[in-house]
Design a binder for this molecule. Structure first.
Ligand code: GDP
Ligand code: IMO
Ligand code: MG
Length: 425
């Protein structure tokens, strides 16, 4: 099996967790390489649901190594809560198989506070609608070279001095700009000490663990968010603060780009988005409502209602171009059952021109009008379908059309949330 990268091709919540869980069985290690607990990845096994925010979605497979790479921003409290919840269910989360890169950045209470202060000061139309988990401010500190790294949790003196340094600027902002209470170095330090003590056993040289695991089998790289939330290539400024494209799997895990062999782009059979930002195919009618209801489109992290719309091939074409996708995994196809007609956006009208790729100007997508092609829907329930040939003709036509327009093969089709409801072509 080839080393495989799983990434979202849209604006997140495409069903990455489900596909990672499914492919984990054949892997030796599963690695998160960017993002943090802004992610919410849902696994359903035998009717039981498990939502993971930080821990790799391979954790339910006994014996597989699970790694949090250097590119991740890790909230240690959230990590420990997740560990405790899994342990209570009998899942092995021991440091023998669950490891954190010593180079991963740590989300501190002042990052969460700053995230929320920033959002509350913004005007309604400039709010990003972040998850409020401190993701952006933590990546800012990494780039400013004042971040706390996981290994620092094992060095109390360094930890204390780093908190002190970080709070000089932060407290000036809290007090003077945001009119919030400043944070006390000693209090922040004392609160993190017992957490740090519990994190210590999980610290590892992730890069060398990956090299070892490569000898035993395939490495599965688990992306978070989606390509159009990428800090460089997404709908800036309505994006997250990390690179979500496949290329970052190497940098964020600590291996070379030649390690990445198979790149699977996860595509929801329609489009959703949580938070603000342009969304050309968004529906404000009964069809949008139907997708939201049938797809249970509520955020797995914040519980917010997800905005819904038709599938956008302009977005997918760009995703294929940016990530060299070797195939698509198409999820939630079952949600489209029952519609009379299904629309696919094949191009945009932008400033009087027809375009095949998203415009590169800031917020250009907000001025794009989707050009649609309409296809007949199907009425059959497909949640028990086990092979591609058993799918209704209209569903097969829909898949074939996606392949034709994007030039990317659909290798996996998901027809329900459960691990078992998956067709491999
Ligand atoms: P992720 O962030 O990409 O891992 O996706 P989320 O877990 O946030 O959201 C995907 C949702 O769709 C979850 O509730 C999944 O259980 C569910 N899901 C995944 N695949 C399918 C599918 O094929 N059909 C249906 N009906 N639900 C699915
Ligand atoms: P998964 O991995 C969907 C969105 C937020 C907001 C923007 C920036 O489950 O697909 P942030 O907190 O990252 O600074 O918020 O990005 N966002 C996601 N939307 N799925 C996610 O993750 C997301 N992670 C962040 O809603 O619009
Ligand atoms: Mg999600």
């Amino acid at each position: 099996m080839s080393n495989t990268v799983i990434i979202g091709t849209q604006w997140g919540d495409e069903g990455k967790g489900k596909i990672v869980d499914m492919l984990a069985e054949k892997s030796s290690a599963i690695v998160r390489f960017q993002g943090g607990n802004n992610a919410g990845h849902t696994l359903v096994v035998g009717g039981e649901t498990c939502i993971l925010h930080l821990i790799p979605s391979g954790i339910l497979h006994p014996g597989k190594i699970c790694l949090i790479g250097n590119g991740v921003v890790l909230d240690p409290e959230v990590f420990l809560k997740e560990i405790d919840a899994l342990a209570a269910k009998g899942v092995d989360v021991s440091p023998e198989r669950m490891m954190i890169s010593k180079k991963a950045q740590i989300i501190m209470p002042y990052h969460r506070l700053l995230d929320n202060c920033r959002e509350s000061l913004k005007s309604e139309d400039s709010k990003i609608g972040t998850t409020g988990r401190g993701i952006g401010p933590c990546y800012e500190d990494k780039a400013s070279r004042i971040g706390i790294r996981a290994a620092d949790l094992a060095d109390p003196e360094l930890l204390r001095s780093k908190i002190e340094e970080a709070l000089i600027e932060k407290n000036a902002l809290f007090e003077n700009l945001f009119k919030a209470e400043p944070l006390d170095t000693e209090k922040v330090y004392q609160e993190i000490l017992p957490i740090a003590e519990r994190i210590k056993p999980f610290l590892a040289d992730a890069s060398s663990v990956i090299q070892e695991c490569r000898k035993k089998g395939m490495i599965l790289f688990e992306g978070a968010q989606g390509i159009h939330l990428d800090i460089d290539h997404g709908t800036y400024p309505f994006v997250t603060s990390s690179n979500t494209v496949a290329g970052n799997a190497a940098a964020g895990a600590g291996c070379g780009p030649r390690t990445l062999e198979r790149i699977i782009g996860i595509v929801k059979a329609y489009t959703t988005r949580v938070g603000s930002g342009p969304f050309p195919t968004e529906l404000f009618d009964a069809n949008g409502e139907a997708l939201q209801q049938a797809g249970h489109e509520f955020g797995a992290t914040t519980g917010r209602k997800r905005r819904c719309g038709w599938l956008d091939l302009v977005v997918l074409r760009e995703s294929a171009r940016l990530c060299d996708l070797t195939e698509f995994a198409l999820t939630k196809l079952d949600v489209l059952s029952g519609l009379d007609e299904i629309s696919i956006c094949t191009a945009y009208e932008y400033r009087g021109e027809k375009i095949d790729y998203p415009p590169q100007e800031q917020n250009g997508m907000a001025y794009c009008k989707p050009v649609y092609e309409t296809m007949p829907g199907w009425k059959e329930d497909i949640t028990e379908v086990k092979s591609f040939d058993e799918l209704p003709q209209a569903a097969r036509d829909y898949i074939n059309r996606i392949e034709e327009i994007s030039g990317v093969r659909v290798g996996i089709v998901s027809v329900g949330p459960d691990r078992a409801q998956t067709i491999v072509r």
